[in-house]
Design a protein around this ligand. Structure first.
Ligand SMILES: Cc1cc2nc3c(=O)[nH]c(=O)nc-3n(C[C@H](O)[C@H](O)[C@H](O)COP(=O)(O)O)c2cc1C
Ligand code: SF4
Ligand code: SF4
Length: 259
């Protein structure tokens, strides 16, 4: 097909990234287009604009935060210009619920001039409570993703793709007011700087990685990737959320596809 396949993802703990790239591979196996990947996780990727041509295809994958599109993505998404290009969306969530996130993403991209022709909600390990959604996405999830990509590619290749309806409500679920919660650092920190490099908000100090400035989005990248398990959250709100997830969200949820 003519045009470019743009793969965009925001993925502090790398599950949305994996889904985005697998979806891109699946689409491109059928469509054979030049592909450009853009990582919106870090400021350099988030600050760029993108002006699509009508023949282009955009894949957008993101983690669900509080049943919504992460607030951090509002400005980067406002810099996309669809100009009639086709979009395929993947919302990635931690086995609780994706609530209104897929609808919000579809609305945002439609407003930016894309035709959203396929969307899916996929499950990954919950970054706040890793025992919830543990081992996801697994082989069955990846098979569902491959099937989704195959069906989306067939729809696109068949001609002018039609817009879809996805699950969700307007007005969207309320966002909780932002509170200033930051991770703490244990004495076992070796100053390896892995957390500094992996922080999407660049709030961990290069001079002393135990110092975290205001602006943490609680994405858990620093917690997940610290080889010493030295970064942690010990606030009451995190403990309450983890307890709720571990008691109420263990029943396996399945991918939902909208085509
Ligand atoms: C701040 C925050 C809020 C989250 N909110 C939800 C949610 O509302 N529903 C849910 O099922 N998972 C939720 N999750 C889990 C993430 O959506 C899930 O772990 C996702 O795979 C993370 O994506 P990433 O690996 O690309 O960073 C949340 C995670 C974080 C850090
Ligand atoms: S990743 Fe862990 S050990 Fe490395 S600097 Fe950060 S807190 Fe310290
Ligand atoms: S400091 Fe906050 S924003 Fe930065 S990686 Fe850790 S949890 Fe994410």
């Amino acid at each position: 097909m003519n045009g470019t396949l743009h793969i965009l993802f925001f993925s502090p703990t790398h599950s949305s990234r994996g889904i985005a790239l697998a979806l891109g591979d699946g689409l491109n196996a059928a469509l054979g287009m030049p592909q450009k990947n853009r990582d919106l996780t870090f400021p350099a990727g988030r600050e760029k604009s993108l002006n699509c041509a009508p023949d282009d295809i955009l894949v957008f994958a993101f983690p669900v935060y509080g049943g919504r599109v992460p607030r951090t993505l509002e400005a980067p998404l406002s810099r996309l210009r669809g100009n009639g290009a086709t979009a395929v969306i993947a919302a990635v969530y931690g086995n609780r619920d994706y609530d209104d996130a897929l609808l919000e993403a579809a609305d945002l991209l439609t407003r930016q001039g894309f035709t959203v022709t396929a969307a899916g909600a996929f499950i990954a390990e919950h970054s706040v409570a890793p025992s919830v959604g543990a081992g996801r996405p697994d082989a069955a999830d990846m098979a569902a993703l491959t099937d989704f990509a195959r069906r989306a590619a067939a729809k696109i290749a068949a001609g002018k793709p039609t817009p879809i309806s996805v699950k969700g409500k307007r007005p969207y679920k309320d966002r909780k007011p932002a509170t200033d919660v930051r991770p703490k650092t244990a004495d076992s920190c070796t100053r390896c700087m892995i957390c500094v490099a992996g922080c999407p908000m660049r709030v961990i100090s290069r001079d002393d990685p135990a110092v975290v400035a205001e602006g943490c989005i609680r994405c858990r990248a620093c917690v997940k990737f610290c080889p010493e398990r030295a970064k942690f959250f010990d606030d009451a709100e995190t403990a309450k959320i983890r307890e709720m997830l571990e008691s109420k969200c263990l029943t396996r949820r399945e991918p939902e596809l909208f085509l």
